[in-house]
Design a protein around this ligand. Structure first.
Ligand SMILES: [Ca+2]
Ligand SMILES: [Ca+2]
Length: 471
């Protein structure tokens, strides 16, 4: 009896988990009852939404060419292109939407997963997903999709995902267009393992962010992304987050250092509380990281190629640790403005700045107009002052960190080796004590984002007793 019941439960669970499959195609052959690609519903308007149930999957079999908005008119479903399906708006003022579609009644589809689909060519928004409410506990997800070639010159956005909670964009590629590539609102947003490139915004104002998270929401996981918005146009920020409790980690982020550089062209901009920005490779931009009214930790980031500065702490930022970052290599093409490795201003309070390398600034290393807790930093090659308006701290160093071209410590004699200090208290966050390469800290922490480890290859047959050598 037990065995029979068990089998029944398994069968029932499988049925409810997988649901039914339905098919839509641009080609209208077959019986058009939606039961297979051969008998697919003919075009988006041919979809019989009433036939669908929660848990069903709608497959796009080929390329659809809508000339109006098209709406997903059922919640709790998956829409997939199976890696071949496409939606080509080619210049039409239209989007794939979860709400208020062209012929619809304005209600919202939620808990929709869009995956393995390519959407492109709109002159408005390619994909526009939004729930009815920002606190209703529903979500929409974009998984393994390609969204590209926004046509508009009208300051628009390629992919909007807003309202609801725990929305997700994952494993997707979003590229080419003049506006923001992603615009997001809502709590508990996950943005993971995506690629963004090709922003062609051509005005000094307006949009052009890679990922803009707008509004004072809470809960962001932004990790393992590759965002390159460098171009000969006017892109803005790779990542901008106005909400709280964001983790921005393990991202490769590149802005630009030519064109009209303003405070809107930083690589990362955050303005909330409890932000964790760590283990990122950050390149170019006005500042690498700009913090406004922010708290949290900025740790183990490698920041280079700046026009103005590496890390800016501004506008009443508070309770913030800037720890174990390496800032080097300035472009300095903003005429008349000073450059800073790390810059602290605007009535910021309780700011800890330790274990950072600040190298190669045409002006200042560490500049502050408020009292901060700074020590154990390394300064090298800053042409004006290593620190301005504050003391360096008795454990800080002026010496050669022996950075190689990519900012790593590349020499046994680097002054940064074992010269840092252990961090405790609120700025010693829970993520492991690993450097930007995820290597363990050995002996005392090194200054900067790179912990020096003995190179694995041993030259000339010489056998080194590695554990006895300084690291
Ligand atoms: Ca060490
Ligand atoms: Ca390392």
């Amino acid at each position: 009896m037990f065995f029979i019941c068990f089998c029944f439960i398994i069968l029932f669970t499988n049925l409810s988990a997988f649901g039914s499959d339905w098919y839509v195609a641009n080609t209208g052959s077959g019986s058009q009852d939606g039961t297979s690609c051969d008998n697919a519903w003919y075009g988006w308007t041919g979809i019989n939404w009433d036939n669908m149930s929660d848990g069903d999957t709608l497959h796009i079999c080929d390329t659809l060419y809508p000339i109006h908005d098209i709406g997903i008119q059922h919640s709790n479903i998956t829409l997939t292109g199976d890696g071949v399906g496409k939606i080509d708006f080619s210049g039409h003022h239209a989007a794939l939407k979860t709400y208020a579609w062209y012929d619809g009644a304005g209600h919202h589809a939620t808990n929709v997963v869009i995956k393995d689909l390519e959407v492109f060519g709109s002159d408005y928004v390619n994909v526009y997903l939004t729930a009815a409410d920002e606190t209703d506990g529903t979500f929409n997800k974009v998984i393994h999709c390609e969204v590209h070639d926004l046509q508009s010159t009208d300051n628009t956005r390629s992919l909007i995902i807003s309202r609801g909670n725990h929305n997700t964009i994952k494993d997707s590629v979003i590229y080419n267009g003049p506006g923001d590539m992603i615009y997001q609102r809502g709590n508990d947003f996950t943005f993971e393992n995506n690629t963004i490139f090709g922003i062609t915004n051509s005005g000094s104002s307006g949009r052009g962010d890679g990922l803009q998270c707008s509004g004072s929401h809470t809960g962001y996981i932004i990790k393992y992304n590759h965002i390159d918005i460098s171009s000969f146009y006017e892109p803005k920020q790779c990542i901008i987050i106005q909400g709280n409790n964001a983790t921005i980690s393990y991202n490769w982020l590149k802005s630009q250092n030519y064109g009209t550089e303003t405070t809107h062209s930083n690589v990362v901009y955050v303005s909330g509380t409890d932000e964790n920005i760590h283990h990122n490779r950050i390149m170019n931009g006005y500042y690498g990281i700009w913090l406004s009214s922010a708290s949290g930790v900025v740790r183990y980031n490698m920041v280079s190629g700046l026009n103005r500065g590496g890390i800016a702490v501004t506008n009443r930022s508070h309770d913030l640790g800037v720890i174990n970052n390496t800032v080097f290599n300035f472009y300095d093409n903003v005429s008349g403005d000073s450059c800073y490795g790390i810059y602290v201003s605007g009535d910021s309070s309780n700011i800890e700045v330790k274990n950072n390398i600040m190298a190669g600034s045409p002006d200042y290393g560490l500049w502050s107009n408020v009292a901060i807790d700074n020590d154990y930093n390394l300064y090298f090659g800053n042409l004006s002052d290593n620190t301005h308006n504050i003391s360096m701290g008795s454990h800080s160093i002026v010496g050669n960190p022996f950075l190689n071209g990519d900012g790593h410590i590349d020499n046994y004699h680097s002054s940064s080796i074992n010269s840092g200090t252990s961090i405790s208290g609120i700025h010693d966050k829970a993520y492991p004590e690993n450097d930007i390469d995820l290597q363990y800290i050995v002996n005392s922490p090194d200054i900067g984002c790179d912990e020096f480890h003995i190179p694995p290859k041993i030259k000339s047959g010489l056998i080194r007793r590695e554990k006895d050598l300084p690291r």
